[in-house]
Write a protein that binds this ligand. Structure first.
Ligand code: ADP
Ligand code: SR1
Ligand code: MG
Length: 408
């Protein structure tokens, strides 16, 4: 089938010919609404007119970057990787991934379950909603996805197959290399130049060679280290949540990369939310909840990763009997500690890129009062700098929390 960009009318015509979707809606009349709030794609909510609770999501990639327009071409093949990743992650842990009703690489289209009783986590956190099951859920999600797609679990040939399936996601990897690791730390047309112009803090960042040299080290790992299948953009805008369930959506940046990249992205976004509550709501109780959540997420992640590893005897990496038990245990514990260290480095880069780079986060870029926004940016950059420069020297989660608390 030839690719055709869908709109509110043609999306209904297109999907109502698909058997599984016909079976879902029966004879109901359908209506569509475009609800995309992301940077890249179009997202339609298709609902039954007779029973509006009955709804599905149709997400289509267009051959350009939505938030800029047709003048910024971007291959729609990104949807192929999103489809592959949704399927791969669903096969590992279905309860964290929306049900998929239809996929088409030709149309760069996925039709999935509508998460009607969930909200984008960033929004919930900004409103001060505490998600008590989140640390349990997300630590399971991250430890399982990373462990079960790594050489610590897969055989050598399975691991190479997964790399072959995902590491041709060239354009989105390049987007991250440019936007996350480079342009946000130098004069560049894609930056938020209204804010960069005549801003001494921006100039300080752009001239901070100690920071930028360390960023380059992390960028190089991002480009070369094929540890596990990553979501690739695991911020709180890619999580849909309520008090009992957590779903991870939007894995179009998926590729086989460094263990610490997703964990770092999540850490960065929780810390950015903490800064918002320090500067804007001044809600100390919620700040404390966020700190406890960060601690739980990282500690539970490490525990669960080690638990999964304890169940596996052979993999691409380890041959049974190669190490004695004491050495094996020490090796594994150090391994996971290093994942956390690397995550701290990536968290620093991810926090700093949101300050002046393209695609800021609502917690910082969305602050309307100029002085308060500058205060939030300053705190974010202070934490980011410490994370990036010292990531390999930070030995405990408590040290991370101290850095965060002392920056405000
Ligand atoms: P993009 O790739 O453009 O970033 P996203 O996948 O993040 O798009 O989706 C954009 C928005 O669409 C989300 O922030 C969310 O509000 C909504 N959305 C996406 N998938 C679903 C879903 N399965 N159920 C409900 N809303 C969804
Ligand atoms: C222009 S695309 C910018 C960002 O949006 C996505 O969510 C990724 O974070 C990407 O870097
Ligand atoms: Mg998105």
């Amino acid at each position: 089938m030839d690719y055709k960009k869908l709109d509110k009318t043609s999306v209904i015509e297109h999907i109502s010919k698909i058997k599984k979707i016909m079976a879902y809606f029966g004879a109901d009349d359908l209506t569509a609404q475009e609800i995309g709030d992301g940077n890249l794609n179009y997202v339609y909510k298709i609902s039954s007119v007779q029973n509006p609770q009955k709804a599905l999501i149709a997400k289509q990639a267009v051959p350009y970057l939505r938030c800029v327009g047709e003048e910024f071409p971007l291959g729609r093949e990104r949807m192929t990787y999103e489809i592959r990743a949704l399927q791969k992650f669903y096969n590992i842990l279905p309860s964290f991934i929306p049900n998929i009703y239809h996929t088409s690489e030709d149309m760069s289209l996925v039709v999935m379950e509508y998460l009607g009783s969930h909200v984008i986590m960033r929004k919930g956190l900004m409103e001060g909603v505490k998600y008590e099951k989140f640390s349990e859920h997300v630590s399971t999600y991250m430890s399982a996805m990373l462990f079960y797609t790594s050489s610590l679990h897969l055989s050598s040939s399975e691991k190479r197959a997964i790399i072959a399936q995902f590491n041709s996601n060239i354009e989105l990897c390049k987007l991250t290399e440019d936007l996350v690791f480079s342009f946000a730390f130098m004069e560049h047309e894609t930056n938020d130049n209204e804010n960069v112009k005549n801003n001494p803090e921006a100039q300080k960042l752009f001239k901070d060679m100690k920071f930028k040299e360390r960023v380059l080290e992390l960028k190089y790992k991002f480009m070369t280290q094929s540890d596990a299948l990553l979501h690739g953009d695991l911020h709180t805008g890619s999580i849909m949540i309520n008090e009992s369930q957590t779903y991870v959506i939007d894995p179009e940046f998926a590729f086989v990369g460094p263990f610490g990249f997703d964990v770092g992205a999540l850490l960065a976004n929780l810390v950015n939310n903490y800064i918002y509550h320090v500067v804007i709501t001044k809600d100390e109780d919620f700040q404390e909840w966020l700190l406890v959540t960060i601690k739980e997420v990282l500690e539970k992640f490490s525990e669960k990763f080690l638990d999964f590893w304890a169940e596996d005897r052979e993999s691409a990496l380890l041959v049974e009997g190669y190490l004695d038990n004491e050495t094996l245990l020490r090796y594994k514990e150090n391994f996971v500690k290093n994942i956390i260290k690397e995550s701290i480095g990536y968290a620093g880069v991810k926090m700093a890129r949101r300050v002046y780079g393209v695609a800021g986060v609502a917690e910082i870029r969305g602050i309307e009062d100029k002085n308060l926004r500058a205060e939030a940016e300053k705190i974010a950059l202070k934490i980011a700098r410490e994370f990036v420069i010292n990531y390999d020297k930070i030995d405990s989660v408590d040290e991370i929390l101290e850095i965060v608390k002392n920056a405000g």
